[in-house]
Design a protein around this ligand. Structure first.
Ligand code: ZN
Length: 282
């Protein structure tokens, strides 16, 4: 399939998204995918702004409730340390977030973005932890430990299958700015590739888009801060110029991640999944 599609995705439900990015995109008739985690300050008390975004055609993607991540990150608490997550804990969180989001946008289908592009939950075993302590975790030894299942005590496992069950697609990371994007025929539905574009110049962004269009690939750009709000930031000036240019040159190629995933996997529909049963306490 010849794609030539561009998707703009925005992580972490920042105030700057609905204050800055969305109005600029609306002016040019461009839609994006906003991966929101429900506990984000920019989401919690701003349902009206996100409802308006959805009405304008933007996708509200699921990015969990508590944004779990590895405990070595300074902002992670024991309650959202990915090491403590089980598959069922993650399922509860994803189903709850889906229900909540559907109360806002009325949609029953959406895509998901793995927090920190990490599709694994649980804790590494003592061999991996020992290799890390010895600074050997970037060597081939780690591959052998995994291949031979030697990581005793590990509870680490992928939750990509769960994402495949609950969502039309899951977005990961995986691409550096100058990487070649593989053709869509090689893409995995549960780990869509994306490229983080913070600090990019207008020229770099335009080059990336033009290369994607010429080669018939699908580029999913990953933004965080837009004119602030996050340490990974795209200046408001660059973003505004980029959106103006994109609207002039490639408006018809800009689609939400959900739209791209539906084009690639039209047979997939989360509508076949029974609605979540919210349990009452007996
Ligand atoms: Zn995130």
């Amino acid at each position: 399939m010849n794609a030539g599609w561009i998707s703009l995705s925005f992580d972490d439900a920042l105030e700057q998204h609905w204050r800055t990015a969305i109005p600029l995109m609306n002016d040019r008739g461009l839609v994006g995918t906003f991966y929101v985690h429900l506990s984000a300050p920019g989401f919690l008390r701003h349902s009206d702004q996100w409802r308006n975004a959805a009405r304008a055609g933007h996708e509200l993607g699921n990015h969990t409730v508590f944004h779990p991540a590895v405990s070595s990150k300074a902002w992670v608490r024991p309650g959202n340390a990915i090491e403590h997550y089980t598959l069922d804990r993650m399922r509860m969180e994803l189903e709850f977030a889906n229900e909540w989001l559907s109360q806002i946008d009325g949609q029953s289908e959406r895509t998901f973005a793995y927090p920190c592009s990490n599709s694994f939950i649980g804790r590494q075993g003592w061999i991996h932890r020992s290799l890390a302590a010895l600074h050997l975790h970037r060597t081939r030894l780690t591959t052998w430990v995994d291949r031979l299942h030697l990581d005793i005590g590990s509870t680490r496992q992928s939750y990509a299958n769960l994402v495949g069950e609950l969502f039309v697609a899951g977005r990961g990371g995986g691409l550096a700015r100058h990487d070649r994007i593989p053709p869509v025929s090689e893409w995995s539905r549960t780990n869509l590739l994306s490229v983080a574009v913070e600090n990019g110049t207008l020229g770099e962004l335009q080059h990336f888009v033009n290369t994607t269009v010429e080669s018939g690939r699908w580029a999913i750009l990953q933004f965080h801060g837009v004119g602030g709000g996050h340490r990974m930031d795209c200046s408001e000036l660059v973003f505004a110029e980029f959106i103006r240019w994109l609207g002039q040159e490639h408006a018809s190629r800009v689609i939400t991640v959900l739209d791209g995933a539906r084009r690639l996997w039209p047979q997939w529909s989360t509508k076949s999944i029974p609605a979540v049963e919210m349990k009452t306490i007996p």
